[in-house]
Design a protein around this ligand. Structure first.
Ligand code: TRP
Length: 350
């Protein structure tokens, strides 16, 4: 069966969104609206997998859920044409995750590098949810039988796991799937990651070898989506560089992670290739390039920050968007859950 192409992606409501989230994921969310039906989810169930001190407790969770929603809308996601909602409000995510828990193998999860990183040394003390996180992620995507998933490159391995789960489900239940009218035996599609753009990996402004991250102790390492123009200017002016002028060719960036990162950010925000940026700024001093970068960042990000501020000040409006989105998501999810229950052999009301 040819699957209808559908896009699904999620962002965790666990604290400040930054330029890395924006360029690595949200920009692609916005673009894919032109070509696909899209579902964008604030994954609040995933937020709970970390210790409560990390996600901040109930009022922080609610605040961050609204803030991520506001960022989606401010960046240009249209919640009328597409679907924006928070994960906990569609029970199918947790229900399908249980079935997938019984499809996924312990050996598969043991290979997940993000779990190893996040659990750290004290693995015994990590939540079971953190370990199971990628299975819930597979359920998120496959509950809508989504085919394309725009994500940052750190999520590639989790996407592969989603494909493995879809494939094993299709194999394990192949006869039943065919028996229920899916003649090629493929009930779930194998979702494809969609990772593009010159700055899918935005690095720290203090260390070009580390990813920009909300958990970095220094706020100077990142540009938050809610930073005002002065803050953005200060952070870029203080960003680490090296004493050499900018190269004129992309090759010259290779041994210079900080220069590469700043040129990548400029390229992504101006929607130009890095080579074109270097043609303009190559040979010049960092200080003048940084001035241009400040101008570009402020021009691109301050309208988003202003719109986010406006939206967050009206939580009733944001909540209404999420509620309406969840209603529409639930209707799609209900179809998948009914078919899945039939395929697995759960007796249900008709
Ligand atoms: N794990 C993703 C991240 O941290 C968030 C996420 C949860 C997600 N479920 C998803 C992304 C489903 C894409 C599809 O970035």
């Amino acid at each position: 069966m040819a699957f209808v192409e559908r896009v699904f992606s999620g962002v965790q409501p666990t604290g400040n969104l930054h330029l890395g989230n924006y360029l690595g994921a949200i920009v692609n969310f916005v673009k894919m609206q032109e070509t696909h039906n899209c579902i964008y989810c604030v994954v609040d169930l995933h937020a709970l997998t970390q210790p409560v001190e990390v996600w901040g407790g109930p009022s922080e969770l609610a605040r961050n859920t609204r803030e991520v929603t506001a960022a989606f809308i401010a960046a240009g996601i249209d919640p009328k044409k597409h679907i924006v909602f928070n994960q906990s409000q569609v029970s199918g995510h947790a229900e399908l995750a249980w079935i997938f828990n019984c499809v996924a193998r312990v050996g598969w999860l043991n290979r997940m590098t993000q779990f190893k990183e996040k659990a750290g040394k004290d693995r015994e003390n990590a939540s079971v949810g953190l370990y199971d996180y990628p299975v819930l992620m597979a359920a998120d995507i496959l509950l809508y039988r989504a085919t394309h998933v725009p994500v940052g490159d750190d999520q590639k391995q989790h996407l592969e796991l989603s494909r493995d789960i879809a494939q094993k489900f299709n194999n394990d239940f192949g006869d039943s799937i065919r028996g229920h009218g899916f003649n090629d035996g493929m009930y779930f599609p194998l979702p494809e990651p969609f990772i593009t753009g010159p700055a899918t990996r935005v690095m720290s402004l203090r260390d070009g070898t580390k990813k920009m991250s909300k958990s970095d102790a220094s706020d100077y390492s990142r540009i938050n989506l809610t930073d005002d123009a002065d803050t953005i200017a200060q952070k870029i002016r203080k960003a680490k560089t090296d004493p050499e002028p900018l190269p004129s060719e992309e090759k010259g960036l290779e041994p210079r992670p900080e220069a590469d990162n700043l040129v990548g950010i400029y390229a992504a925000l101006s929607e130009r290739p890095k080579a074109g940026v270097l043609r303009e700024f190559g040979g010049g001093q960092f200080s003048s390039f940084k001035n241009a970068l400040v101008e570009l960042c402020v021009a691109k990000l301050s309208p988003i920050a202003a719109e986010m501020k406006r939206l967050v000040a009206d939580p009733g409006h944001v909540d209404a968007i999420l509620i309406e989105g969840a209603d529409r998501a639930r209707a799609i999810a209900a179809e998948t859950m009914k078919a899945t229950q039939d395929i697995v052999g759960f007796v249900r009301k008709r």
